[in-house]
Each structure stands twice: as structure tokens, then as C-alpha cells.
Ligand binder design. Structure first.
Ligand code: ITT
Length: 216
């Protein structure tokens, strides 16, 4: 059956409860995404509930390739809608690195701390004017092996020479957001979601998901 037919039937059926898989292993992302999708009738599940699905190997050269790949991979195993996102940090002076390698920047045993240490070492002694960076998020929605939608968001800022703040995850403690004069790790989840690359992409996802279901 064609995808457009499946969705047409689904829409007209007025379903009020169906399943949505957040296809990520990153707990920081899960925390933020759950707050970004309020009031949906989907039952939100995570990969923790489905260890047998295995792990998608990210080999794409762009965030969009990886995001589409992840969403498609898990949607071939999961009966409901799948939401995946690929995200990362691009630093201008490093030619866009760490980019799609953001999670594994410091190697196979990478941790947030080690990634930040490597980044700060590479940027040592650079003046503020050469510390511009941006976060990118590309979110993909898939159903039974087909990509339904892809949405993007980005956030401009600058890398501080020293970490600041305890919240968030990844590079948040060194990513300074000038309009608020704070790093992302000094913001609450709600404050970060209001301005972040993920917030921008996921609000569009939320609006799209609402069109798929008749809300209670
Ligand atoms: P999944 O693939 O399972 O979703 P992952 O952490 O491997 O989890 P990515 O491949 O998309 O996800 O890599 C994203 C990395 O980019 C993440 O691990 C952080 O290092 C960085 N990153 C992305 N968004 C961030 C944010 O909002 N704050 C800080 N760092 C972020």
C-alpha cells in the first residue's frame, strides 16, 4: 500500500493513541525532546525498551544523511512512527569540525569531558573574534522505512576558553550564547529548548505530528 494511503487512512481513523519511538541513545537528547513534544497523544517510547533493534552505525557525511539513516533503520523494525535526530557542533576556525563526529571527537572511548578538552586544546589562545561556532540539529520522522519529514534547526554562539555551568550535556558548558550572556549549561532545559537548534527543529516536528493524529 502506498504511504500516502496509509497516512490518509490513519488520519481519517481518528486514532488517539499510537506509538512514537525516540530513536536515540543519548539521555540528554531524550530529556530535551520529551519536553519539546507536549500534549501529543502518542505513547512515547525509547530505544531502552527495544534492545533487540541493535545500533545504527552512523557513516554519513552530513547530519541529514545520518538523521535520515537512523530514522529509516529503526522504522523498519518498529511498528509506529520513528523520530531520530543527528546533531553536532561546527566550529568555524576548525573548518566545521567536529561536525558529524561531535559525539566521538576524542576517539572510541569519547566522553563529553574528553571531547571538550580536545576542543579547548585546539582553540587555545584564540581571541573571541575567532571562536564562533554553531550547533546544528536535523530531525527526521519515518514510518515503515519511509522518510515522512525532515526538519532543521541551528544555534549560533561562541566557544569559551573554560567550561561554565552544570546543566545540559555534550559541549553545553563551553557553548556561550551571547544574547543571554550564558553558556547552554547555565540554562534550564526549558530555557535551552526555547532557543536551541533542537528546540527549533523539534517544534516543527511537533506541529507535523499533530497533523497525523486527531487529538483527544
Ligand atoms: P544518538 O545517535 O543515539 O542520537 P549521539 O549522542 O551519538 O546519540 P549524535 O550522533 O547526533 O548523537 O551526536 C551528537 C553529539 O553532538 C552529542 O553527543 C554532543 O557531543 C553534540 N551535541 C549535539 N547537540 C548538543 C547539545 O544540545 N548540547 C551539547 N552538545 C550537543
Amino acid at each position: 500500500m502506498q504511504l500516502s494511503w496509509i497516512l490518509a487512512i490513519w488520519r481519517s481513523s481518528g486514532l488517539t493513541d499510537t506509538r512514537l519511538l525516540l530513536a536515540t541513545t543519548n539521555k540528554g537528547k531524550v530529556r530535551e525532546i520529551k519536553k519539546l513534544l507536549p500534549g501529543l497523544s502518542f505513547k512515547i517510547e525509547s530505544l531502552d525498551n527495544y534492545p533487540a533493534f541493535g545500533r545504527f552505525q552512523e557513516k554519513g557525511e552530513t547530519f541529514e544523511d545520518n538523521s535520515r539513516g537512523k530514522a529509516r533503520f529503526y522504522s523498519l523494525k518498529y511498528p509506529g512512527i520513528v523520530l531520530a535526530e543527528d546533531s553536532g557542533l561546527e566550529v568555524q576556525v576548525l573548518g566545521g569540525k567536529p561536525g558529524v563526529f561531535s559525539a566521538r571527537f576524542s576517539g572510541r572511548q569519547a566522553t563529553d569531558k574528553k571531547n571538550i578538552k580536545k576542543l579547548l586544546k585546539l582553540m587555545k589562545n584564540l581571541p573571541d573574534s575567532r571562536r564562533q561556532a554553531k550547533f546544528i540539529c536535523v530531525a527526521a520522522v519515518a514510518y515503515q522505512g519511509k522518510i515522512l519529514k525532515v526538519y532543521k534547526g541551528q544555534l549560533l554562539g561562541r566557544i569559551l576558553p573554560e567550561p561554565r555551568g552544570q546543566n545540559g550535556f555534550g559541549y553545553d558548558p563551553v557553548f556561550f550564547y551571547p544574547p543571554l550572556k550564558k553558556t547552554l549549561a547555565e540554562l534550564t532545559t526549558e530555557e535551552k529548548n526555547a532557543i536551541s537548534h533542537r528546540g527549533r527543529a523539534l517544534r516543527k516536528v511537533g506541529a507535523y505530528l499533530k497533523t497525523l493524529l486527531v487529538e483527544k
